[in-house]
Design a protein around this ligand. Structure first.
Ligand code: FMN
Length: 394
């Protein structure tokens, strides 16, 4: 029996047992309570072959995690059209491979904000990761560090930014939701700077939380009940105050400049107009993102938004992208259309939910492995070689 099969078998037994003893769906949604038996084994290197792609991790995570955690992770706004558009956008782009180029050595290194990153695949900020696995963001941080991937920690992480930085090492980036109270925002910035974060990623697509009809109840119930802590906001956010602020405008960049020393990246830009404003207001970078289709049901995939943003930015600051990246070829296509680097959300969380740190490592290994192979097959030995000449669109 393969490792994957035996894990699935263990999970089926766990679920049957839980059903038999009559535990509620809330108990099933709590990985901390229910997963210890499933996650005790470590994989041998050769056994990781059982996970052929990130979808195998998704399948396992859907077996292992509780229903509410599955909904929270995989859900999106309204009818999920934007979630689908993010995925489908990549199908409208084809790769134009070149032949007879020496691809015996491949470099995936990229330069970003004064650092050389080992790979252009960055882990997006994802909140409440303890909902997926008891070690939450700490497991993710250890995996990202061991595989040398850039990590962005969310404002609404269950572990604090300093705990995540301790597990990750230097150069952790901090994602900021500006709370309605700037005194709290200032404390968040101080916490990030004390943890050594050089980059603040300001999420600009969330003036309010999107209409996610199928997720959230259990999660917010657990937070309300104090069973799931918000590592950065614990004791800071008054009861009833949300972490989003609908009054934020472009002036926020100036406020951030005056209140921290971090580089400022805008996450959630999807138009040429806002790319121009980001430059005007002095952003250090932008991330083309629609929050994984969880905010406005816009029906535009981010890969379809990327060209107009790249065209407007004209290489003055880095342009990153996330949303729907599931394959090395997706990474390749985004880089070819002008992204400096890409971010992934759900794929690493599938690994986390399935197997904790090791699952995140498997997800990262799969995606980087696919990218390297795709670069060899396309005739691009380094990231700099991947230009728009390597793709066509219809
Ligand atoms: C469960 C979940 C939680 C998220 N939490 C945050 C967050 O706290 N802050 C943020 O800026 N984006 C958040 N995002 C959006 C991601 O950073 C990213 O934009 C998105 O996941 C990329 O799409 P993908 O999941 O298709 O890769 C979250 C996404 C998911 C799936």
């Amino acid at each position: 029996m393969s490792n994957l099969d035996s894990y699935l078998q263990t999970d089926i037994q766990r679920r049957k047992f839980l059903e038999w003893i009559g535990l509620s769906s809330l108990a099933l949604a709590l990985p901390a309570m229910s997963l210890s038996g499933c996650q005790s084994g470590r994989f041998h290197e050769d056994e990781k072959q059982d996970f052929k792609n990130v979808f195998d991790l998704e399948s396992l995570s859907r077996k292992v995690m509780g229903d509410d955690a599955i909904e929270y992770l995989n859900g999106g706004a309204d009818d999920l059209k934007t979630v689908k558009a993010n995925l489908e956008g990549y199908n409208k782009i084809q790769i134009r491979a070149r032949r007879l180029i020496d691809v015996s050595t491949i470099s995936t290194k990229v330069d970003l904000f004064g650092q050389t990153l080992d790979t252009p695949i960055i882990l997006s900020p994802v909140g409440f990761q303890k909902f997926f696995h008891q070690e939450g963001e700490v497991a993710t941080a250890k995996a990202a560090a061991s595989r040398k991937h850039q990590l962005i920690v969310s404002t609404v992480s269950n572990y604090s930014v300093s705990e995540v930085a301790a597990a990750y090492g230097p150069n952790l980036w901090f994602q900021l939701y500006p709370t309605p109270d700037r005194k709290i925002t200032k404390i968040l910035l101080e916490k990030a700077e004390q943890a050594g974060c050089p980059v603040c990623v300001l999420t600009v697509d969330t003036p309010v939380v999107g209409n996610r009809e199928s997720s959230g109840t259990t999660l917010f119930g657990l937070i309300e009940a104090g069973e799931l802590k918000m590592g950065n906001l614990e004791g800071l956010l008054p009861k009833g105050m949300t972490f989003t602020d609908p009054s934020v405008t472009w002036e926020m960049i100036g406020w951030l400049r005056a209140n921290c020393h971090m580089k400022i990246v805008k996450k959630g830009i999807v138009t040429r107009e806002d790319a121009a404003l980001a430059i005007l207001h002095g952003a250090d970078g932008v991330i083309v993102s629609n929050h994984g289709g969880r905010q406005l049901e816009s029906n535009r995939g981010t890969i379809e938004c990327l060209p107009e943003v790249v065209d407007e930015i004209k290489g003055r600051i880095p342009v990153l992208i996330d949303g729907g990246i599931r394959r090395g070829t997706d990474v390749f296509k985004a880089l070819a259309l002008g992204a400096t680097a890409v971010c992934i959300g759900r794929p690493f969380c599938w690994g986390l939910g399935a197997l904790g740190q090791e699952g995140v490592e498997i997800a990262l290994d799969i995606l980087k492995g696919e990218l390297v192979r795709d670069m060899q097959l396309a005739g691009t030995p380094s990231i700099g070689n991947i230009t728009k000449d390597f793709v066509s669109r219809y």
